[in-house]
Design a protein. Sequence first.
Lengths: 191, 397
Amino acid sequence: MLRILLINDTSKKVGRLRTALSEAGFEVIDESGLTIDLPARVEAVRPDVVLIDTESPSRDVMEQVVLVTRDQPRPIVMFTDEHDPGVMRQAIKSGVSAYIVEGIHAQRLQPIMDVAMARFESDQVLRSQLHARDQQLAERKRVELAKGMLMKMKDCSEEEAYTLMRRQAMSKQQKLIQVAEQIIAMTELLG
Amino acid sequence: MSDGLLMHSLAWVAGSDAPERNVLNIGYMPLSDCASVVVAATQGFAQPYGLTLNLKRQASWAGINDKLISGELDAAHSLYGMIYAIQLGISGAAATDMAVLMGLNQNGQSINLSQPLKEAGVTSASALQQRAHQSGTKLTFAQTFPTGTHAMWLYYWLASQGIHPLQDVNSVVVPPPQMLAHLEAGRIDGFCVGEPWCANAVEHGQGFTLTTSQAIWPDHPEKVLACTREFVEQNPNTARALVMSVLEASRFIEESHENRRSTAQLLSSSEYLDAPLSSVEPRLLGEYSDGLGNQWHDANALRFHNNGAANFPYLSDGMWFLTQFRRWGLLRQDPDYLAVTCQVQQTELYSAAATALDIPVPNAAMRTSRLLDGSVWDGTDPAGYARSFNLHALNDH
């Protein structure tokens, strides 16, 4: 059974979702207002899905969503009365997997959850690919920087500098990037 | 790396040749011949192509077999024969279309015998033949996978000495890093495996090296970089970039004596082979000591590149394993040798990658080899070759 963390950001004391979720056979493991630290709550409760019920998502809500997506990625479903397409775009950009404007019917919850989970999984793959590419680029820049420093220091060619760095890395059982960082640190130290 | 190559690589990442995938899980077994994969992943050979290679050390060939099929591993350092066994559905799993992207090495495996056999004076092929034909307990030999290269070298060598590998001795499967423990426990009398595990046994005073795989077949095919055919078809740019990274790493390893030595140091790390440098380095440099007092420099020692000759996926290399499967009854009928081999060996993809790196590509996809028993293998008559041996287990007549 899916574990759901329900966030009630409406003016009503008891949200409109809890009953519908129970009827649809979901396990609501926690229901909180938005005066909480959402990432910490997600960490503590470890839900499969975060469900946010809000009349209109505020800046605070969006910020909390961004933080969860960065540190504790989960499928996030937002139920709202807000029709403004700009707000919807902002919510999706923040990391919301499904943005549902129309009223809540118990029989519609399962397909909504399924879509949110699928969307979340494909987003995660894209995100990790992007992260890997950023990291590759960052590593290459550091290796290039160290290579340039070494060429200047040893008055050698680019290829010789690479070979020296790789040999050093291998004989110390390290990766090339580690030796590059050492060269950069040492060069900065010696000014 | 020259400026030109760097520019080229950047264009590669940005343009339509960009890899479809940026992060790959690459499996390997802790063996000296995984070097080019480990060097490619750790020494910055893949990043210029937009690839990050996550190395996944495996505990057994059976694990690599299963994880390649399930997709948990995108590609792996693999036994040549094992990939063909998966292709034909005789590896213990359902038949899956496979791809050999490139050869990772030639040579560098050995057959060792135990200390008790050494003490009993069984230190030559003829003494072993005599012992194997005595009545009493059968000797037990270990290899690393039923359809792997080590099984094929062991069978081929035993048969060439008049010992029937399936009748005169028992054979069992043991993962490479566990050979020494099984030998010490007296569960096996000998084994065939890749380095450093033979050198390591000699170093521990546990027996001796009776022969090397390169003595059976100089410059024989051994490990390959392999994946499923589905992976190559869905990610052709990724596959080519992967081959280019590993090719560059293999060229780098053989560029100098110093590079080979630092490769040995990297490999011996607990993260990769977890074996003492004293077991890894000498045979990686071609310096052999057999545990019987003989020392030599081996002209056909472990080879990772050899200007591309060790990397080209020759059709005749892949096909040889099919002939041996047939010879030993692992295949009950002749497969369509050439058709199967042409499907598995990714010669076009390899050639594109090698050409982009100015690495020569052979003119012919078959090569001629002479093995220790004098038999010549050139890929022209696989069915006839499979039937040409005195000792065999052909079970169709």
